[in-house]
Ligand binder design. Structure first.
Ligand SMILES: [Zn+2]
Length: 389
């Protein structure tokens, strides 16, 4: 895309999940979307895409590309602590180069799978340069855990819609003071956290006991001065003053109504990873309840160590198959608008509206009715897609 005005003619254009236009021209200039019209423009280069359908790039708001190298060595169907121990053991036997190479491939795969942006977590810090050099936008998070209170760095903007920031691993793995410090140092930038993901976390937060306590003991991690126990992970987050619109809370599997109410009150960004949740915890997030509390979750795949693919098309299809009462428009909204909002890039991506970046997907499907088109896009599973940029 350059400074010549271009008009992409397509059979269908999905402007937003709720606005579809037929036989129209998407007009772009200077890498921006100018407008959509059904009148053939006389002052633009016409690119005729025939019957194809144009959609916005998808957003994978939570993944860990740095685990791609170890994923083939992980045994599934183990308990959560064994899974964590497996990851640690296999990671120790990997070279930094292997981890970096697999992550670079994962960034390219994500793009090929129709993703325009990611929320990517890295504890090693090894994947930062490959994220910066990738075609993806979004946020790369350096993740911290344990008791290393002073060991964190500042956030940084790489370019429009591409940022470096910090993540807190989770409330049950990180010192209370470190949690507060990271959140404060990210300021108005996004900070990510795994929140209310599993039953051991809930048990530890509410009692400071149980299998997670034994696991921390076995790792020699001192937790006696963490500000625990508390009544729930969400309540603990509130007491640590980290709940706000700059927090991206991922998973939320173990939340009660009062927890969702608190997250809604603080306008916390949320992200769900249903396929990973089913594989690791044999439990699915209560998406209907989240929607009822206006939490509007984004979608993430989590890493290849807990799911089969990094495809948001696969995540959408899984929700379509497993949540019969959630309309396909809502699912598509999670993968686009909600994802863009959750990564704070909704001014650039998430829809094909005027002013957004002129980088979008063309899909070779031939829908017959506008009311069925989103479902057909999801069922197409990301095959026959092509980037227009
Ligand atoms: Zn994760």
């Amino acid at each position: 895309m350059n400074n010549i005005k271009k008009a992409y003619y397509a059979g269908w254009i999905i402007v937003t999940p709720y606005k579809t236009v037929k036989n129209s021209y998407l007009i772009c200039k200077d890498n921006k979307i100018l407008n959509i019209t059904n009148q053939k423009p006389l002052d633009a280069e016409i690119i005729d895409l025939g019957n194809k359908t144009l959609i916005p790039g998808l957003i994978n708001a939570h993944t860990h590309t740095e685990l791609s190298a170890i994923a083939p060595h992980i045994k599934q169907n183990k308990d959560f602590i064994s899974w964590i121990e497996d990851i640690k053991r296999i990671k120790e036997n990997m070279s930094n180069e292997q981890i970096k190479q697999s992550a670079a491939k994962a960034y390219q795969d994500l793009y090929n799978l129709g993703c325009i942006a990611v929320g990517d977590i890295s504890t090693s810090g090894l994947t930062k340069e490959d994220f910066i050099n990738s075609k993806l936008h979004g946020v790369w998070f350096k993740e911290y855990l344990g008791n290393e209170v002073d060991n964190y760095k500042k956030v940084k903007a790489i370019k429009k819609g591409k940022n470096i920031s910090l993540a807190i691993h989770a409330l049950h793995s990180t010192h209370s003071e470190l949690i507060k410090s990271i959140k404060q140092s990210t300021g108005n930038n996004l900070c990510s956290i795994h929140l209310a993901e599993h039953s051991l976390e809930l048990e530890f937060i509410t009692s400071k006991k149980g299998k997670w306590k034994e696991f921390l003991d076995s790792r020699g991690l001192i937790y006696k001065d963490w500000q625990l126990p508390d009544t729930s992970p969400i309540n603990y987050g509130q007491n640590l003053d980290i709940l706000d619109n700059n927090l991206l809370a991922v998973h939320l599997l173990y939340c009660k109504d009062k927890d969702f109410k608190v997250l809604e009150h603080f306008n916390v960004n949320t992200c769900i990873c249903p396929r990973s949740n089913l594989n690791l915890h044999n439990k699915l997030p209560d998406i209907n309840k989240m929607l009822g509390y206006n939490l509007n979750p984004a979608l993430g795949t989590d890493s290849l160590a807990s799911t089969d693919s990094l495809s948001i098309f696969d995540e959408m299809k899984f929700i379509l198959d497993n949540y019969k009462d959630i309309p396909e428009h809502k699912i598509f909204e999670m993968a686009t608008i909600n994802g863009a909002k959750s990564l704070k890039i909704e001014n650039l991506f998430g829809t094909l509206a005027q002013g957004k970046i002129a980088k979008f997907l063309s899909i070779d499907i031939c829908p017959t009715r506008p009311d069925n088109i989103i479902k057909e896009i999801i069922l197409a599973g990301g095959h026959n897609i092509e980037w227009i940029e």
